[in-house]
Design a protein around this ligand. Structure first.
Ligand SMILES: C[S@@+](CC[C@H](N)C(=O)[O-])C[C@H]1O[C@@H](n2cnc3c(N)ncnc32)[C@H](O)[C@@H]1O
Length: 453
């Protein structure tokens, strides 16, 4: 990524906490620990502890070396889709319906929550220790969701919500038949309960490397909180048939051990996990700008095929940051807006742009200038989608921050603060990208004029 000069005047107020911590119950935690011990979790170098920022987390009970294998959660404790199909009261119906892993797991979690499954499913103490809410977008009020209007998160929020709706819809025949056959109680497995299941899966489900990427809930390991500054993640260890973590840094006794939930922007963390790192502290934070091929482009098919050959989709999100403009964005924009004469020229163009990273002049048109214009247009369009002004957002943020001193437990207030911070930050990034591109465009066209004289 080419670096952009960083302006000195752009400093957002940092909040002390990034979200109200999730509520936990000491008795439920004690039952969880007892269950884990009895179910064969070996002695641990980490222990469950309450933390200021995250609710609970795993803290080093002794010095931990970088790369050593921790946790060793035995396979029988894992909630996998296959285990869900064995333990659900409506297992035969779920099997017959052949639903996706996500829906099968949601059904089992909901059944466990109301104590519906048989005596062989022992996850009760784990389920009782899970938070009732995590603050993900499925739990937000309509007014809070509406605050995302104009931001690059609006589409991601809609995608999460509609995935939950689809899952709920596809479970209906199973739940109806399950009630009719007397396998599950009428009325208890309702949408509210499933919202809890979906939120729990959003914030706790992992794809496990080393086991073919199966979707799974891992009791105990899922007490690890996220840090944007580590990259360690758990994996399935075939030799011990357990889930392990190899931390990517050493920890002293008493330090909290973190994993990475992925290189997520602050907004993505807020939508799925209900927390947001303090402004400026997440190196993966970005404003995502989407560009896509125009469906009426006469070369659409050829362009889409070439993009796929180069590992890209016809629609892509690019991360804009205050100090960096992705070169891949300009290359994509150049390719999108170029007017090649046919499929053969599309292939030559794709090769030049995506393999050499240089911008040709095509039929007398500088694709680099055209790309800058396209990105300028996309940034201005994104800015125009905000319904509020920067000043009104800053004023509201200031009022909320003044009020919130000493009241850090108000989840709705924290959410509003977080969304306002995101809006302000996205606008800053878009405005900055616009002003940098205008400068770069001017320089480029001047140098082209000089070269042509
Ligand atoms: C997989 S759970 C981690 C364990 C969780 N803290 C608990 O007490 O159950 C993920 C949830 O932990 C919290 N969390 C994780 N990392 C966090 C962080 N860096 N800051 C604030 N909350 C965090 C969020 O509520 C998130 O939805």
């Amino acid at each position: 990524m080419p670096l952009l000069p960083t302006p000195s005047c752009l400093n957002l107020t940092r909040s002390r906490h990034s979200c109200p911590p999730v509520r936990c119950c000491a008795a439920a935690d004690a039952s969880l620990l007892k269950w884990l011990r009895e179910a064969g979790l070996p002695a641990q170098k980490v222990k469950l502890s309450s933390t200021v920022q995250e609710g609970r987390g795993l803290v080093a009970g002794q010095a931990i070396r970088r790369g050593e294998a921790l946790l060793h959660v035995p396979e029988r404790l894992l909630i996998t889709p296959e285990a869900a199909l064995r333990h659900s009261s409506v297992a035969a119906l779920l099997n017959h319906a052949a639903l996706p892993a996500w829906s099968v797991l949601a059904a089992l979690l909901a059944e466990l929550k109301i104590g519906q499954t048989g005596p062989e499913s022992t996850w009760g103490p784990y389920i009782s220790a899970l938070p009732l809410q995590n603050g993900c977008v499925l739990e937000w009020s309509a007014a809070e969701v509406a605050m995302l209007q104009g931001t690059s998160l609006q589409k991601a929020a809609a995608d999460i919500t509609s995935a939950a709706d689809v899952s709920w819809e596809e479970l209906q025949p199973v739940l109806t038949d399950g009630c009719a056959q007397g396998l599950i109680p009428r009325g208890l497995l309702d949408r509210q309960l499933f919202t809890w299941s979906f939120s729990t899966l959003l914030s706790r489900l992992v794809k496990l490397a080393g086991s073919g990427g199966v979707d799974v809930c891992v009791p105990w390991a899922d007490m690890l909180n996220h840090s944007p500054h580590v990259s360690a993640f758990f994996e399935y260890d075939q030799s011990t048939k357990s889930v392990i973590l190899r931390p990517d840094k050493s920890y002293r006794k008493g330090e909290q051990v973190y994993i990475s939930y992925g290189q997520k922007t602050s907004g993505q963390l807020l939508l799925s996990y209900g927390f947001m790192p303090a402004p400026g502290s997440n190196p993966h934070d970005a404003c995502l700008l989407e560009l896509s091929l125009a469906e009426d482009d006469p070369c659409y098919q050829a362009k889409a095929a070439c993009l796929r050959q180069h590992g890209a989709e016809p629609a892509r999100e690019f991360p804009l940051r205050l100090d960096a403009l992705p070169q891949a964005l300009l290359l994509f924009a150049a390719f999108r807006d170029a007017r090649p004469s046919g499929a053969a020229e599309v292939m030559v163009l794709a090769k030049q742009l995506f393999e050499t990273g240089t911008f040709p002049v095509l039929h007398g048109c500088s694709l680099e200038l055209a790309a800058m214009d396209a990105v300028l247009h996309a940034c201005r369009a994104a800015l125009a989608r905000f319904s509020s002004t920067d000043k009104s957002d800053r004023d509201t943020l200031q009022q909320l921050q003044d009020q919130s001193l000493g009241h850090s437990s108000d989840a709705h207030k924290w959410r509003r603060i977080s969304i306002l911070q995101l809006r302000i930050q996205e606008r800053r990034v878009l405005n900055r990208t616009v002003s940098v591109l205008i400068g770069q465009r001017r320089q480029l066209s001047q140098s082209r004029q000089v070269a042509s004289q």
